[in-house]
Design a protein around this ligand. Structure first.
Ligand SMILES: Cc1cc2nc3c(=O)[nH]c(=O)nc-3n(C[C@H](O)[C@H](O)[C@H](O)COP(=O)(O)OP(=O)(O)OC[C@H]3O[C@@H](n4cnc5c(N)ncnc54)[C@H](O)[C@@H]3O)c2cc1C
Length: 449
C-alpha cells in the first residue's frame, strides 16, 4: 500500500504552502488535487490572450507568503503595490489627502496601536460603525476608519464588519514593518506565479503534487487519521460507485473550506457539538462579486484603486481597479469591479443549482453593472469581453463569526489531522495570507517545532 509521511488534500494556497514547508523539513509529502490544475479558489487561467485570475487577484502584505518564500530560499514573484487610491465622496473621486489630514492619520493610528490584544478581542463582536461612532465625533476621522475598513476587507460594509478583525489586520501589516499605504499588492502575471514555485518545490524535494486525484474520504481509526481513500478509475455514469484505494499517512492535512469538509470527513468520527458548530458557521459566508472587463485603455491610473463606500443603488462598498499586469499578448487591460456581499441578504450561492437562485445571481450582477456604468460610463459596451463572477469568499468577517467563534485547525477526535483553510480561527487576517499563516502553523506542529 502506498504510504507517505503527510498527505495533503487540495493544491491551493494552503495545501501547497504547507506541502513545501514540510518537504523542506524532510517530510515525504503527497498533495492530492481533485482538479486537473493547481490553485483551487485562486487558480490562474489563460483567456483570449490574457492571464486571468479566477479568485484571488491581490494579496495583503501581512508577510506570511513572503516569510514562506524566504524560508524555502525562493525568490518572491513580482508584486505590484498599488500606492494610489481614490474615494468616491459626495459625487466626486477624491484622493485621501483631499479628505484626511496628517493629524487624522496620527489620531487613528494612535487609537489602533494603543489597544491591547485583549481589547482588540473584545471588539471582535462590535460592528465597525458602532465602535467608530463611540471613539470619535469628528466626521473626518470616522470616514478614515470606514475607508480603512473598506480597504482591509475588499469592500465589506461598516455595519457588517467586525472592528476587532479590521484592527487585527491593520496591526499585523504595520507590525510586519509596512506602512498603511502598502496594505495590498497585485501578483504580476497571476496567482500561479506564487503557487507554481511552491508546487515545483514539493516535486523536487521528494514529494509529489498529483492532479486528477479526488479524495473520497479521510480514514480515521481510534482517534487518528491513518490515511485517505482516493477514487480510482474513470467515472462514466453519474450513478457510478467509484472504487477507492487507501493511501497511508502519518499525518493528514485537509484544505477544503469548512463548508465542504464533511464531503470527505465522516461526521460520525467527531463529537456532535463540533459537527454542529462547523455546519452552523459554514452558512455565515461572505460573497465575492466581480466583473472583469477587457479594455483597450485603463480607465484611470494603473497603480490606483478606487473605492465607493456606498454605491448609489445597493449601498454596498465597491472596489474598482485597472489591472496593470495582464494583456501581455493582446495589448489590452483588465478593469475589475468588485464588492463583497453578505450571506443574509444575497442569493444563496450554495444553491446555484436552483433556477430561482441563478436568476437572483444574474439580477445582482445586473445591479453591479448598472452601478459601475453610472460611475464609469465608458464601460457601457466599450469592451472586448466581460466576465462576471459570484463566488463564496470565506466566512463573513462580521461580529459573531471571527477569531475564536470559528473552529480551530485542530479538530477534536484526531490529533494528527489538520484543517488548513482560510475559514478556521488560526487563519485570521486577509484570505490568502491568512491561510498561509495557518499552513505555517500546521507545518510547524507536524515538524515538532
Ligand atoms: C471571486 C473571489 C475573489 C477572491 N479575491 C481574493 C483576493 O483578491 N485576495 C485574497 O487574499 N483572497 C481572495 N479570495 C479568497 C481566496 O481565493 C481564498 O481564500 C484562497 O484561495 C483559499 O485557499 P485554500 O488553499 O484555503 O483553499 P482552496 O483554494 O479552496 O483549495 C482547496 C483545494 O482542494 C481541492 N479539493 C476539493 N475537494 C477535493 C477532494 N475531494 N479531493 C482532492 N482535492 C479536493 C480543490 O479543488 C482546491 O484546489 C477570493 C475568492 C473568490 C471566490
Amino acid at each position: 500500500m502506498e504510504s507517505w509521511d503527510v498527505v495533503i488534500v487540495g493544491a491551493g494556497y494552503g495545501g501547497l504552502s504547507a506541502g513545501a514547508l514540510l518537504a523542506r523539513g524532510g517530510k515525504k509529502v503527497l498533495v492530492l488535487e481533485r482538479d486537473n490544475i493547481i490553485g483551487g479558489r485562486a487558480r490562474t487561467l489563460k483567456h483570449k490572450g490574457q492571464v486571468l485570475d479566477d479568485g484571488a487577484h491581490m494579496i495583503s502584505r501581512a508577510g506570511h507568503i513572503e516569510a514562506t518564500f524566504e524560508d524555502l530560499g525562493l525568490d518572491l514573484p513580482e508584486l505590484i503595490t498599488m500606492p494610489k487610491s481614490e474615494i468616491y465622496h459626495e459625487g466626486e473621486w477624491k484622493e485621501p489627502t483631499d479628505l484626511f489630514t496628517t493629524d487624522m492619520y496620527k489620531k487613528v493610528f494612535s487609537i489602533m496601536m494603543g489597544l491591547s490584544r485583549e481589547e482588540i478581542a473584545q471588539l471582535d463582536d462590535v460592528p465597525l460603525k458602532k465602535w467608530v461612532e463611540s471613539v470619535s465625533d469628528d466626521p473626518g476621522i470616522r470616514m478614515l476608519f470606514f475607508y480603512l475598513g473598506c480597504a482591509t476587507s475588499v469592500g465589506n460594509r461598516f455595519e457588517t464588519y467586525s472592528t476587532g478583525e479590521m484592527i487585527y489586520i491593520l496591526r499585523e501589516i504595520v507590525e510586519s514593518g509596512r506602512k498603511l499605504s502598502q496594505l495590498g499588492a497585485v501578483i504580476a502575471r497571476g496567482s500561479n506565479n506564487i503557487l507554481d514555485p511552491l508546487a515545483e518545490y514539493i516535486n523536487s524535494h521528494g514529494g509529489e503534487v498529483r492532479l486528477n486525484a479526488p479524495v473520497d474520504s479521510v480514514e480515521i481509526s481510534q482517534g487518528r487519521a491513518v490515511g485517505v481513500n482516493v477514487e480510482v478509475g474513470e467515472r462514466l455514469f453519474h450513478s457510478q460507485v467509484m472504487d477507492v484505494e487507501t493511501i497511508k499517512a502519518d499525518s493528514v492535512i485537509v484544505t477544503l473550506p469548512l463548508w465542504d469538509v464533511f464531503k470527505i470527513l465522516d461526521e460520525s468520527a467527531f463529537p456532535r457539538w463540533w459537527v454542529d458548530w462547523v455546519n452552523w458557521i459554514s452558512g455565515k459566508v461572505s460573497h465575492a462579486w466581480s466583473i472583469i472587463y477587457a479594455l483597450d485603455e485603463p480607465l484611470f491610473d494603473l497603480g490606483a484603486f478606487r473605492w465607493a463606500p456606498n454605491l448609489p443603488e445597493s449601498g454596498f462598498s465597491g472596489v474598482f481597479f485597472p489591472f496593470p499586469t495582464y494583456g501581455d499578448e493582446v495589448n489590452q487591460y483588465q478593469f475589475h469591479v468588485s464588492y463583497q456581499g453578505h450571506y443574509d441578504e444575497m442569493p444563496n450561492l450554495f444553491r446555484g443549482d436552483q433556477a430561482s437562485v441563478r436568476r437572483e445571481i444574474r439580477e445582482t450582477i445586473d445591479m453591479l453593472e448598472r452601478e459601475s456604468v453610472a460611475l464609469f460610463p465608458a464601460l457601457k459596451g466599450e469592451y472586448h469581453w466581460r466576465m462576471a463572477h459570484a463566488g463564496v469568499y470565506g466566512i463573513a468577517q462580521s461580529p459573531g463569526f471571527v477569531s475564536h467563534k470559528r473552529p480551530s485547525m485542530r479538530p477534536p477526535a484526531a490529533d494528527n489531522l489538520f484543517l488548513v483553510s482560510n475559514t478556521v480561527s488560526e487563519a485570521r487576517g486577509v484570505s490568502t495570507q491568512g491561510v498561509v499563516k495557518c499552513a505555517r502553523m500546521a507545518a510547524d506542529a507536524i515538524l515538532g517545532a
